[in-house]
Design a protein around this ligand. Structure first.
Ligand code: ATP
Ligand code: MG
Length: 467
């Protein structure tokens, strides 16, 4: 327990200091708190500023307004107003402790207090439970600075009680460990495992939001291995993958470990700038496998239909987590097509590209090409996570990806909007009414062009339509 001054005051952003000054000019006490302090101590002061104060929210508001700062009453029931300085929002919250938790979710009530240390004690992890002031220095009652040094996520107080109060903290622990690359301290880890089943009480969209944070860290594979119980409780569909013996010469790992390896693989192939949709696709690409398992006569395991089943499961899971549709659709399309062969096609990746384009709902040719490159990274990662004899496929895929580049460069047609005719031409030539039939006909024209039956020229297409 100590007050030190490890943060260079020059790092403090002016808009945050303006809020502290306004509150203190009115005779209140105020501190920077939470994520900004944590990240500033790590030398990463990019985090937005949160402020806590002994002033009740009405008095905070009065002091801020008196200093010419705009204030919004964003959460007055738990003592929060939001100040806006230089266009930047700063949450200002009265010191408080949380009342009893009866639903593992939110406190039944909050009580306002006068000592910043009491406020820090209600916070989740030691690294998040520090306050700092440019002149008074750091308040760090739980040695968060030491845990930053040791690279540990440690619950404030008795871990099992803290997780019992609020089950969302389980996933927050995993998310912070992932984001910071920290380990979870031993007692906190034991409590995490024990409390994992209580995640069932947490709203699905909040689980989804934390999982997005875990994905964004690029360390979801670590979470799958080191925090398996929490990940399984967050996504119960994963449970059947654990220990699932694939009984196949292609595979050296159970489906769960294979998946963790694919998640590492997509990071590797994209140099760590992996898109969120590719991470989700890697995470869920084989989710349909356990349900599709059959054993052939020779005793070998098969998973016929697993991309289809997996795509349906993925769609359901992502909807449950309230993942936006523009992210979910490409993920579902990647899962659906991750195993589709290309070898036998005349123009190998072209049909796959067309189908990926159509299923993912991307808007432009360029976006479809970009998504297709991500599909290749998924497939490479998938190959690399198989038994050693079958990893060479990861390199063979380079050849197909070069064909994709050639397709892109040649300007060849793979979407109906690339055709030299439009729906109006179909209506005129075929004498049909506007409606779904028009789109279907355009798809047929496209298929004829892609298979080389007819050239993508207006006169040729009109003749083909009229035939
Ligand atoms: P991020 O970069 O994810 O925003 P953060 O530290 O700012 O990190 P927030 O979720 O914004 O995290 O919350 C701000 C602070 O509020 C945290 O640092 C922590 O002190 C406290 N806090 C947030 N959620 C909880 C919770 N569920 N239980 C206890 N304390 C919490
Ligand atoms: Mg925050």
């Amino acid at each position: 327990m100590g007050v030190t001054q490890a943060i260079d005051p020059a790092l403090a952003p002016a808009y945050g200091l303006a809020v502290l000054d306004a509150l203190e000019a009115a005779g209140h006490e105020a501190w920077f708190v939470g994520g900004w302090v944590r990240d500033a101590l790590r030398g990463a002061p990019a985090h937005d500023v949160d402020v806590c104060t002994d002033a009740p929210w009405e008095e905070s508001e009065r002091a801020l307004v008196a200093a010419g700062i705009t204030v919004h009453e964003t959460g007055t029931a738990h003592g929060t107003v939001t100040a806006v300085v230089e266009g930047k929002p700063v949450e200002v919250t009265t010191y408080r402790v949380d009342g009893a938790y009866t639903d593992h979710r939110r406190p039944d009530s909050v009580t306002f207090v006068t000592d910043v240390r009491e406020d820090l004690a209600r916070r989740d992890f030691t690294v998040n439970a520090m306050a700092w002031h440019p002149r008074r220095g750091l308040v760090d009652p739980f040695d968060g600075a030491g845990d930053l040094e040791r690279r540990l996520i440690r619950a404030v107080g008795v871990a099992s009680e803290r997780f019992e109060e609020d089950a969302l903290r389980l996933l927050r622990a995993v998310r912070f460990a992932c984001r910071l690359g920290f380990a979870v301290e031993e007692a906190t880890q034991e409590a995490l495992v024990e409390a994992a089943p209580t995640l069932g009480d947490v709203a699905q969209e909040r689980i989804g939001a934390e999982l997005r944070g875990i994905m964004a860290s690029g360390r979801a594979a670590w979470a799958m291995r080191a925090e398996r119980e929490v990940m399984l409780a967050a996504v119960p569909e994963l449970v059947a993958m654990v220990g699932f013996d694939q009984r196949s010469p292609y595979h050296a790992y159970d489906v769960y470990e294979h998946t963790a390896r694919v998640m590492e693989g997509v990071e590797y192939y994209t140099g760590g700038v992996t898109s969120e949709r590719l991470r989700w696709a890697a995470f869920l690409h084989d989710i349909g496998k356990p349900a599709c398992f059959t054993v052939g006569e020779n005793g070998q395991g098969h998973f016929y239909g697993h991309p289809h089943e997996g795509a349906q499961m993925t769609e359901k899971i992502l909807r449950r987590f309230a993942i936006p549709l523009e992210l979910a659709r490409p993920v579902v399309a990647l899962v659906r097509l991750h195993d589709r062969p290309m070898k036998s096609e005349k123009r190998p990746p072209l049909k796959l590209l067309a189908e990926l384009d159509r299923r993912s709902g991307v808007r432009t040719r360029g976006e479809a090409i970009a998504l297709m490159h991500e599909m290749f990274d998924l497939r490479r990662a998938d190959a690399l996570a198989k038994a050693p004899d079958y990893r060479g496929w990861a390199c063979e895929l380079d050849r197909y990806e070069r064909m994709l580049r050639a397709i892109d460069a040649s300007g060849v047609c793979w979407r109906t909007s690339d055709l030299a005719i439009s729906g109006g031409d179909v209506i005129a030539v075929r004498g049909i009414k506007p409606g779904p039939e028009v789109g279907k006909t355009l798809e047929q024209v496209l298929a004829a062009v892609m298979s080389g039956q007819v050239e993508n020229r207006r006169d040729a297409l009109l003749a083909w339509l009229a035939r």
